[in-house]
Write a new protein. Structure first.
Length: 315
């Protein structure tokens, strides 16, 4: 799926196949943990979901980007660029040589290859030659830092999970079990609805998303696909959340703070829900004809259990 959606080479992308793979692996149920904040209750009543900027998330590393150092940037730029610049391109043989080289050990050799083929007007061995490439590297490195700094304002996100019984998530996102969790079926929408197209599974890994190749390969950079790839990259420490994300790039969805979604199929109330909030949910499900479940703690295991409320109110 990642290759079909986010290949560096746009010619290798196949969005239709990527969507097919995503839909085949999309779970039949996705859950959203909610507090009883005013905007969460408004979302429930209006059948919408709130979208947040990543810099408002509780994980300061969420959606963080990184880029290569200036030496690696120089190397990758001259390998990747396929545009008609006023200087000659590297030969295929030289590209292969640079790809296989270690930029730290063979730094001078890399400079020699680039200078000879891309800047033939500059005499070989000119003392200013290295300065030219250093300038390229510094510029690219600064651009990468600016992209990284601004990225967390370039997308808005709503978060869902494959599970509804995580005690940690009930504590973190549902007001210490005092709020609620919504169950959705986005899989049945398939590709006929925009909402399913905008959902992606989170990829958990140890390294931050490296934007270098997207930044230097301009054909891969212009369509904004790298933004989605970056937004679904998260530290492995959060893998227990089994997260899926609804992602909207702000360049295509300016000033959007919420989006319409289907009605939840079920609602789960936390084990410590207050009487006032319990009545709020009871009233809502009665009007919408949605099953309501009440959470409780298992008496022998560290596990949450849910029992459907059928007509009677909670005790």
């Amino acid at each position: 799926m990642l290759e079909y959606f986010f290949s560096i080479n746009s010619q290798n992308r196949d969005i239709i196949k990527g969507l097919e793979i995503k839909y085949q692996n999309m779970p039949p149920k996705l859950f959203k943990y909610c507090s009883f904040s005013d905007y969460k209750k408004k979302d429930l009543l209006n059948n919408t979901v709130h979208l947040s900027y990543p810099d408002n998330f509780n994980d300061p590393y969420d959606c963080s980007l990184t880029c290569s150092d200036s030496r690696s940037l120089i190397k990758q730029f001259f390998i990747l660029n396929e545009l008609n610049y006023p200087f000659s391109k590297l030969s295929n043989e030289s590209k292969k040589k640079l790809i296989a080289s270690d930029v730290t050990v063979e730094y001078n050799e890399m400079y020699d290859v680039i200078m000879r083929e891309c800047f033939p007007a500059i005499p070989f061995g000119d003392p200013h030659a290295n300065g030219i490439l250093d300038d390229y590297g510094s510029v690219f490195e600064n651009v990468g830092k600016k992209i990284s700094n601004g990225f967390k304002k370039s997308v808005v996100i709503a978060c869902f999970s494959e599970i509804n019984d995580s005690m940690l998530m009930w504590s973190h996102y549902a007001d210490n079990h005092r709020a609620f969790c919504l169950e959705y079926d986005f899989k049945s929408l398939t590709n006929s609805k925009e909402i399913a197209k905008l959902l992606y599974p989170v990829i958990y890994q140890q390294e931050m998303f490296n934007i270098t190749k997207y930044m230097l390969n301009f054909s891969a950079n212009t369509d904004g696909f790298y933004k989605v790839r970056a937004a679904i990259t998260k530290s492995s420490e959060w893998s227990y959340e089994k997260e899926w994300r609804l992602i909207l790039p702000t360049e295509h969805f300016p000033n959007v703070t919420s989006i319409k979604i289907p009605l939840p199929q079920k609602i789960y109330a936390g084990s410590k829900i207050t009487k006032e909030n319990k009545y709020f949910l009871e009233s809502f499900v009665e009007n919408k004809n949605i099953p309501l479940y009440h959470g409780s703690m298992n008496e022998k295991m560290f596990r949450l259990e849910f029992k459907e409320q059928k007509g009677e109110t909670f005790t």
